[in-house]
Design a protein around this ligand. Structure first.
Ligand code: UFG
Length: 335
């Protein structure tokens, strides 16, 4: 069962699971996910052989009765839990919304797992658990001191997972994502947030004339060109890691935490230049003030998951990541 499977990362995870032959149930309340994303997963899988079956349940992780019923009525072997709110800025305005949705509902999931004897969970965590980095690249042993409610909510769930393992034996992998970007090669599913706050889709929307301006948040950081450095990881590479994590758990691996990034940092200006190159268009932008809470540099060490699970990014180059996002934006024709 993939919670949040109608969302951006969840839809790519569901697709990779199906293509790996697993039957997948997507549970999503469609508050930020999209029903037609699920339809598009169905279309993509229709063109492939030896894929699993896809089921969709319009369900809410806040509804424990429904969760219990879904787990009772279906042979669910593992949960990939992605359903969550994920806007850092909003989390600092509405902490209750984030703790309620991201933490309290994770307890529902775990309690239902206990009741339904589901033993494995892969959890979508975030680089935001680290807070301001003290050393780059960031390893899993880096201190966790989130500087925003979103990061704190994800760290709390990691803590819950540790206790549910100790008390109930539920084994987990928590994947700390850096900057997910790009889209499935089909161009049928991609990044679709409303409102959009992430850099690559914003730059593409600017090129497509769908937004009037683009502001670079700060150009006085201690980085090569003064703009923030981030580690952009292709969403399909990210999705692949969930399958490796699940299969390792199935084979008996004990619980783990892994970072997921490319290990390459790109500045905001480099991202804008890359979008310009991929689209063949000039991208106009202005330099604005720093955005509160943005660390200058966030780059992952993903050596642990590479060494232990054999994970390897297939699309590490920024231009490939941007090109896949560009394809999705064009095909989806969204305004
Ligand atoms: N940026 C701009 N202009 C914009 C939007 C973004 O300059 O209009 C810059 C940001 O300041 C940042 C970079 O582009 O330096 C990337 O910003 P995103 O909003 O795309 O991504 P973040 O690095 O802020 O956020 C990501 C994930 C979050 C996670 C966070 C961890 O999307 O879920 O990393 O720090 F919490």
């Amino acid at each position: 069962m993939v919670t949040g499977g109608a969302g951006y990362i969840g839809s790519h995870v569901a697709l990779e699971l199906l293509l790996s032959g697993y039957d997948v149930m997507i549970l999503d309340n469609l508050s930020t996910g999209h029903r037609d994303t699920v339809d598009n997963i169905e279309i993509i899988k229709g063109g492939c052989e030896q894929v699993g079956d896809l089921h969709f349940v319009a369900g809410d992780t806040g509804d424990r009765k429904q969760l219990t019923k879904v787990m009772r009525d279906n042979p669910i072997r593992a949960i990939v839990h992605l359903a969550a709110f994920s806007q850092v800025g909003e989390s600092m305005l509405k902490p209750g919304k984030y703790f309620e949705n991201n933490v309290a509902r994770a307890i529902n999931i775990l309690e239902c797992m206990v009741q339904g004897h589901v033993e494995y969970i892969v959890f979508s965590s975030t680089a935001a658990v680290y807070g301001e980095p003290r050393a780059i690249p960031i390893t899993e042993g880096h201190p966790t001191q989130p500087t925003n409610v979103y990061g704190a909510s994800k760290l709390m769930v990691e803590e819950l997972l540790r206790w549910y393992e100790q008390v109930h034996g539920i084994r987990h992998v928590a994947l700390r994502y850096f900057n997910a970007a790009g889209a499935d090669r089909s161009g049928l599913i991609g990044e679709r947030h409303e409102p959009e706050t992430h850099l690559i889709p914003l730059v593409i929307q600017k090129v497509m004339g769908q937004r009037p301006g683009l502001t670079v948040f700060g150009s006085d950081y201690p980085t090569p060109d003064g703009t923030c450095v981030r580690d952009y990881i292709h969403v399909s590479d990210l999705a692949q890691a969930h399958i490796l994590a699940l299969e390792a758990l199935f084979k008996g691996m004990d619980s783990r935490i892994y970072n997921l990034g490319n290990g390459n940092g790109y500045t905001v200006k480099e991202v804008i230049d890359t979008v310009g190159q991929v689209t063949g268009q000039e991208v106009g932008y202005e330099i604005g003030a720093r955005r509160a809470g943005d660390p200058a540099l966030l780059v992952a060490s993903s050596e642990k998951i590479q060494a232990e699970l054999g994970w390897k990014p297939h699309f590490p180059a920024l231009h490939e990541i941007v090109a896949s996002a560009w394809k999705w934006h064009n095909l989806s024709g969204r305004k």
